[in-house]
Design a protein around this ligand. Structure first.
Ligand SMILES: [Zn+2]
Ligand SMILES: [Zn+2]
Length: 129
């Protein structure tokens, strides 16, 4: 089966400027599923991030979930509580796309964005302040 669902026809508008040089912290060593619902990324610097499926799905950056003009999340982007990833595919060498159990699969999660979303790092940041 050829890889479904990935088209390069629509340019990615929000490519971060610093994305030209990846550091070890933004390159995954391994992308896997921590369990039925959670996605686990092991980064090349050894850090491990576990993303709850629903949180990832709720942060889907695609045009169907986020209004490109206002940046607001659309009301149509209702995420089922029990959503889970059915498949994870690499997009080039900078991102992954996730096929969700609710049928959604247009979101592209750039590695540097994922790293910034790391739940344990966000938590640590929050508790320092
Ligand atoms: Zn989406
Ligand atoms: Zn972390």
């Amino acid at each position: 089966m050829a890889a479904p669902g990935i088209t390069r026809s629509s340019p990615i508008h929000k490519a971060p400027k610093e994305s030209m040089s990846f550091t070890q912290t933004t390159v995954p060593f391994k992308i896997t599923r921590a369990n039925q619902h959670d996605v686990k990324v092991v980064w090349q610097d050894g850090h491990e991030s576990v993303y709850p499926a629903r949180e990832l799905r709720s942060n889907c950056p695609c045009a169907a979930c986020v209004d490109e003009v206002t940046g607001e999340r659309r009301h149509t982007a209702v995420v089922p509580d029990n959503v889970k990833p059915l498949g994870i595919q690499l997009v080039g060498n900078y991102a992954i796309t996730i096929q969700w159990s609710d049928g959604h699969q247009t979101g592209i999660y750039a590695f540097d964005r994922l790293r910034k979303m790391c739940p344990c790092c966000l938590k640590a940041e929050g508790s320092q302040q």
